[in-house]
Design a protein around this ligand. Structure first.
Ligand code: ZN
Length: 365
């Protein structure tokens, strides 16, 4: 007898013993066949029939008829299927989730709260694919904007999910998860949810905007936000600046940007009181803000060419801090939104997508 066979029989024996240990027994009534006998004992599934035959070897008459006076072992009652996954109905706190996009170290995460339950986010990290965005140099190493923006965006996505939000990562890299390294290796692997990213700037922006609009149209959540994250360099400027842009006519976008700025201010005041913070909120007619249906915010989290800003991006902890603060900002904005929805009539003021084709001039990002 082969080794494997012995193990197999042993396992079978154990599992059979396990079944017997808890098994119920019954004897058939007059005229009962297997089906009626099982039915009376509330075993109505196909699987029960099969198990019943296996559990009672050599106890049957011709054509598997039941013998009077014989006790038959009943298969275990299958536990009622818990009313198929309704995570929305109850709090999902403590539920463990997994997303391979976050990389092996971070792919598992736990929903910690439902602060952002009912909110959906469309996160689009700047550039990607054939376009690396702005480039900086630290300690002789070249760093690329799109890699750092992507890392922060992933961290933000994970944070938002932990607070119960629905999050769509619009730009994705199948290989690079959240990376706890100072120097992020450059790749052009990123896709727009699996689609190749075109090099042409306008086409690139049209692609991600369309993707957001398609997903937003299908989302049942009322609070929708699209988020564009950059670490841009626009020449020399004061360090420590964080720029938040909103679409020129979007009241809700402006409120979100102001809330975000305030959240950053508060954190700087608390953690680095001497450092100061000069974040700004500006309306700006950027293509992605003007052409996506959810309320949008466009964040420039610093200047990748500024040596002091570089320190902020190079440290993984700092990238995490930026994501944490943004997450807090969104929680605050969602709360504002909820309370204003209560007081006023449902303020249905989602920006209408600008139909005009004056795009190319404004397509700066
Ligand atoms: Zn950029």
């Amino acid at each position: 007898m082969s080794y494997i066979r012995i193990i197999f029989i042993f396992t079978l024996l154990l599992s059979t013993l396990g079944l017997f240990a808890r098994a119920e027994k019954d004897k058939p009534r007059n005229g009962e066949g297997i089906h009626s006998f099982l039915k009376r004992n509330k075993r109505t599934e196909k699987e029960h029939y099969k198990q019943f035959l296996e559990l009672n070897p050599n106890k049957f008459g011709k054509q598997n008829s039941l013998k009077m006076g014989v006790y038959y072992t009943l298969p275990p009652l299958t536990p009622k299927k818990t009313t198929a996954s309704t995570p929305q109905a109850t709090s999902s706190n403590g539920v463990k989730k997994r997303d391979k996009l976050f990389g092996p170290k971070y792919e598992e995460y736990t929903i910690k709260s439902d602060k952002l339950k009912g909110a959906v986010f469309f996160l689009s990290s700047g550039h990607g694919g054939p376009d690396c965005g702005a480039v900086g140099k630290v300690n002789g190493k070249i760093i690329h904007e799109d890699e750092y923006a992507y890392d922060i965006t992933l961290r933000l996505a994970r944070n938002l999910r932990e607070e119960g939000a629905t999050v769509h990562m619009i730009i994705q890299d199948a290989k690079d998860g959240i990376r706890d390294e100072p120097y992020l290796k450059y790749s052009s692997r990123e896709t727009c949810m699996g689609e190749k990213i075109p090099l042409n700037q306008l086409k690139r922006l049209v692609q991600r905007s369309r993707k957001i609009n398609q997903l937003a149209a299908k989302s049942k959540e009322k609070y929708k936000r699209s988020v564009f994250i950059h670490l841009d360099s626009r020449g020399q400027r004061q360090q420590l600046d964080v720029f938040f842009y909103h679409a020129p006519k979007s009241k809700e976008g402006q409120r979100l940007a102001l809330t975000m700025k305030k959240t950053f201010n508060d954190h700087y005041a608390k953690h680095q009181p001497n450092r100061g913070f000069s974040g700004t909120v500006t309306p700006r007619g950027l293509y992605v803000l003007n052409n996506t249906s959810p309320v949008g915010i466009f964040a420039e989290l610093g200047n990748i060419q500024n040596s002091s800003d570089q320190r902020r991006f190079i440290q993984p902890d700092n990238r995490q801090a930026l994501a944490n603060w943004m997450c807090r900002g969104f929680i605050a904005d969602y709360e504002n939104w909820k309370s204003s929805a209560k007081t006023s009539k449902p303020a249905a003021t989602p920006k209408t997508t600008t139909k005009s084709k004056k795009t190319s001039k404004k397509a700066k990002k």
